[in-house]
Write a protein that binds this ligand. Structure first.
Ligand code: NAD
Ligand code: AKB
Length: 333
């Protein structure tokens, strides 16, 4: 598929996070390593397979310099604080999530870049219908994360309508992946549980056993980003904040599916009231019909496929690490 929305060079902000770690690799595989500039305020994995720049997304000068230097035509703006961290540090969350997006949009406006902005199920609140949450519905979130996501959706629409900036985006559910750890969200349990199952055969969950939330496996999420950015603009009625979904489950349902592969796996619960309250205000499942109609969105992974793939990848990574340890121990004098 041709990248109609971004035929030139791409800048990814927050590229060392959970999504960026896989998105950058996927974009580089499609368009070549030199075409994708990864950036972050962390530097620990900066020397990997392509260009990397230190960019604080709240600093308009750094953003502008890197866009000019690399002749960037599309910005995939992933830098943000996630829901649980944002509740701990609401002022920082406002600064990173809102000021960062505003500056990205301003630089995009000045240099003619398109912009991808990821919203979240966190953009909804307790007044929103929780099952099959419609594309266009009431949005009164009660978290700082949610406030920044709704405002971000509106700001992206505004920059398209007012200035013609080609902004596009989706509302992600909780994302599950094995490549990079999640960054302080309410849905992080659904990643932690796999690592704990493979390493220890047990997990203590911070959400209630019946806390149902909308979820997605990372390969589907990365494909969604690439597809919405490549979508034919004449078909788009919504540009930003498309509901997308793949599955919906509770911690006890996820544990049961893990037990299909690891029968001795056990789960217990120590509820974190802050994250439980956030989860209680989020949709259990989304209606993604607008994304299906406007750019042919369709997920590939359901719960059994996700669990099988996560466990296969984490087990082989675990076995590899253990055999490296044994080799190192054997090599000692
Ligand atoms: P993450 O926390 O794993 O990564 C965010 C990255 O941003 C980190 O590497 C961090 O170092 C970087 N960062 C923080 N402040 C920065 C700044 N000022 N300038 C530049 N970089 C900065 O997050 P993620 O899971 O990769 O999420 C990326 C985006 O997708 C966020 O906007 C998030 O809200 C959204 N999203 C994620 C999920 C999910 O489940 N992972 C779900 C819905 C939406
Ligand atoms: C979080 O839990 O904060 C994220 C999200 C769903 O936005 N995973």
């Amino acid at each position: 598929m041709e990248d109609q929305a971004s035929p030139g060079k791409i800048l990814v902000t927050g590229a060392l996070g959970q999504i960026g770690s896989e998105l950058v690799a996927a974009l580089r595989e499609r368009g070549g390593a030199d075409r994708v500039i990864a950036s972050d305020i962390r530097m620990e994995r900066a020397d990997r397979e392509g260009p990397f720049e230190y960019v604080d997304a709240t600093d308009v000068h750094q953003l502008r310099d890197v866009v000019r230097k690399h002749e960037i035509t599309a910005i995939y703006h992933l830098a943000a604080l996630l829901s649980a961290t944002a509740e701990e540090k609401p002022h920082v969350a406002w600064q990173v999530n809102m000021d960062g997006l505003y500056r990205v949009l301003e630089v995009a406006r000045a240099y003619g870049c398109s912009v991808f902005f990821p919203s979240s199920i966190g953009a909804f609140g307790a007044d929103t219908p929780r099952q099959q949450t419609p594309q266009d519905t009431i949005q009164r979130p009660t978290t700082m994360y949610g406030v920044t996501k709704v405002a971000g959706e509106l700001l992206c629409d505004y920059y398209y309508q007012r200035f013609g900036v080609d902004t596009r985006g989706v509302r992600f559910p909780g994302l599950i992946s094995y490549v990079a750890p999640p960054g302080g969200g309410t849905t992080d349990y659904a990643v932690e549980i796999f690592h704990a199952a493979v390493r220890h055969g047990r997990y203590t969950c911070f959400l209630r056993p019946d806390a149902r939330l909308d979820m997605m496996y990372m390969p589907d999420a990365v494909r969604a980003i690439i597809e919405v950015m490549a979508a034919n603009p004449s078909r788009l009625r919504h540009r930003n904040a498309f509901n997308i979904t793949a599955m919906s489950f509770t911690p006890e349902e996820l544990a049961a599916e893990i037990r299909v592969h690891i029968p001795e796996f056990t789960i217990d619960y120590q509820i974190d009231p802050v994250r439980q309250a956030i989860a209680d205000s989020w949709p259990e499942s989304l209606d993604d019909s607008a994304a299906r109609e406007e750019w042919d969105w369709s997920p590939q992974y359901d719960l059994p496929a996700l669990v099988r793939d996560m466990l296969e990848n984490l087990s082989s990574r675990n076995n590899h690490a253990e055999s490296n340890l044994q080799t190192a121990a054997g090599a000692k004098p």
